[in-house]
Design a protein around this ligand. Structure first.
Ligand code: FAD
Ligand code: SF4
Ligand code: SF4
Length: 477
């Protein structure tokens, strides 16, 4: 074992510094500072080079973490980048936005007693350095293949599959209804977690590799799904999940009660320089307003922190369970608390007050009850515990469901689960329609970027296998 490693006893964990709250809460730049080379090498040297690396086992991409940590500690950054990018199409993105506390770092063996290796921050540092030094190149194929692939959706799932298939020589066409690539990376996740030029530089590389993007094209509206199938040898559906779960109760239809993704998309588009009428009119802008966000997941955290940055007068987050039972990453909850967000735990909306527009949320206190079949405690209202919270804007961040694709696309042979997610063979990612595959949130339900990348890579491998067999059969005829 090189002397350089196993330093976790003598070197304390040190994550990249966060910018001061007063500075970061007024802009949309990322909140973490960059590691210096020295800091990255030192932090990487804390790894104990486990024979059975639980960090890798719990990374959805099974990244070869101990190897690239060792190479980083030795200052061999170009090799570290080669190893890290061999299993991950977008390591700089995962390094920024994976919930590492639940994945690689949460399972690092030194976590108990010494605090984990800062895996995500090192991964980000290695790839950012690779971009700075010009080591990141478009993955052009060595030989071209005639078969073409149509990918619906330019989110992380679709993009990872596109890059893998293009590197193998396929003619890859990506279709997206948006005008920019990235899916939720560009219009959902705010810049303070993932700056937009990080996503846009990937778009450029993918184009340079020869992937053809058809932006502003919605399948089912601009091109029918049946016509798309005619154009391509195989199809990948990577459309994500976008149907916002709604709120009920008296007053739920009042003006000022808005879906989270409308709010976040308007903020992201404005940050990218687009003119958004509903932002300019104030409808989707929290400036000078009392904001109540309903929900406890990562989308809710992104909404509260966006509202703070837009200059809301107060930002409150209403969640029906307690802090320990929140689905959102604790790191993001802490960031939100530091930035001045008030959490109102164990509270749920019952009704919305107001004449035309919302003015207050009628709220009831909740208490935790018995565990359900999944082990999660149920919640029930506490009788007579009502109170009002003033609000000019209420943001609904209750999660997302899939759209009804078979109906939208007039393709009843596409089968969906009882949750509306696309039914696929879990080994091949193929749907019930031959030659049509699906990956990412549309298969899993709302999940994570790293899982979408994993699915995109696995689906691409299965598509390649099927098309190779097809090609051999044609050649042999
Ligand atoms: P998407 O990213 O949703 O991309 C789907 C694409 O398909 C979109 O570009 C869409 O325009 C396009 N599309 C849909 N229908 C059509 C059609 N008919 N024709 C053409 N194009 C179509 N995950 C993390 O790991 N970390 C985070 O911090 C995090 N934060 C999040 C914050 C928010 C606000 C949200 C909503 C999600 C967050 N997630 C996070 C989850 C993560 O963004 C998703 O799991 C991931 O983006 C799913 O990737 P995907 O490729 O399956 O779909
Ligand atoms: Fe950790 Fe995500 Fe990177 Fe895997 S991809 S090593 S889970 S940060
Ligand atoms: Fe290193 Fe932690 Fe992974 Fe072990 S679990 S190899 S200490 S990063």
């Amino acid at each position: 074992m090189p002397e350089r490693m196993l330093k976790f006893v003598s070197v304390p964990q040190h994550a990249p510094d966060k910018r001061a709250v007063t500075e970061r809460a007024v802009d949309f730049d990322e909140i973490y500072e960059d590691f210096s080379i020295k800091a990255a090498e030192l932090q990487a040297s804390r790894c104990s080079q486990c024979g059975v690396p639980f960090c890798s086992i719990h990374c959805p991409l099974h990244n070869n973490i101990p190897d690239w940590l060792k190479l980083t500690a030795e200052g061999r950054l170009e090799e570290a980048y080669e190893v890290s990018s061999a299993t991950n199409n977008f390591p700089e993105i995962c390094g920024r936005i994976c919930p590492q506390d639940r994945l690689c770092e949460g399972n690092c063996v030194i976590e108990k007693g010494f605090n984990s290796v800062t895996i995500g921050a090192v991964e980000r540092f290695v790839t950012d350095t690779a971009f700075d030094k010009g080591w990141v190149k478009p993955r052009k194929p060595k030989r071209e293949r005639a078969q073409s692939v149509g990918i619906i959706g330019a989110g992380p799932g679709g993009l990872a599959a596109a890059e893998q298939l293009r590197a193998l020589g396929y003619q890859v066409h990506v279709y997206d209804r948006y005008d920019r690539v990235g899916g939720l990376l560009i219009y959902g996740i705010p810049g303070f977690k993932l700056e937009k030029d990080i996503v846009l530089r990937r778009w450029k590389l993918l184009e340079e590799a020869g992937i053809v993007f058809h932006m502003g094209v919605e399948i089912g509206r601009d091109i029918s799904f049946a016509d798309l199938r005619e154009k391509h040898t195989t199809i990948l559906i990577a459309t994500g999940v976008y149907k916002s779960r709604d709120l009920g109760g008296p007053g739920a239809g009042l003006a000022g009660i808005i879906p989270a993704l409308d709010f976040l998309t308007a903020a992201n588009r404005t940050g990218l320089g687009d003119t958004v009428a509903a932002f300019a009119s104030g409808e989707l802008n929290a400036a000078g307003k009392k904001v109540v966000v309903i929900g406890g997941g990562d989308t809710a955290m992104d909404c509260v922190r966006t509202a703070v940055r837009q200059g809301a007068t107060s930002v409150k987050c209403l969640y029906r369970r307690d802090k320990a039972n929140m689905p959102g990453s604790m790191r993001e909850v802490k960031n939100a608390e530091e930035e001045g967000v008030e959490f109102i735990w164990l509270s749920a909306p019952e009704a919305f007050r107001g004449d035309k527009a919302v003015t207050a949320v009628r709220t009831v206190k909740m208490r935790l009850g018995m565990q359900d079949a999944t082990g999660r405690q149920s919640v029930e209202p506490v009788p007579g515990s009502h109170f009002d919270i003033d609000a000019d804007i209420v943001i609904k961040a209750l999660g997302f469901d899939p759209e009804d694709l078979p109906k939208l696309w007039g393709e009843s042979a596409l089968r969906v689960s009882r949750w509306g997610t696309m039914k696929v063979d879990h080994h091949t990612f193929e749907t019930e329609l031959p030659g049509v595959y699906a990956a990412g949130d549309i298969v899993r339900g709302a999940s994570l970027v790293v899982w979408a990348i994993r699915d995109g890579r696995d689906a691409a491998a299965a598509m390649h296998k099927a098309m190779s067999v097809g090609a051999t059969a044609v050649a042999a005829e």
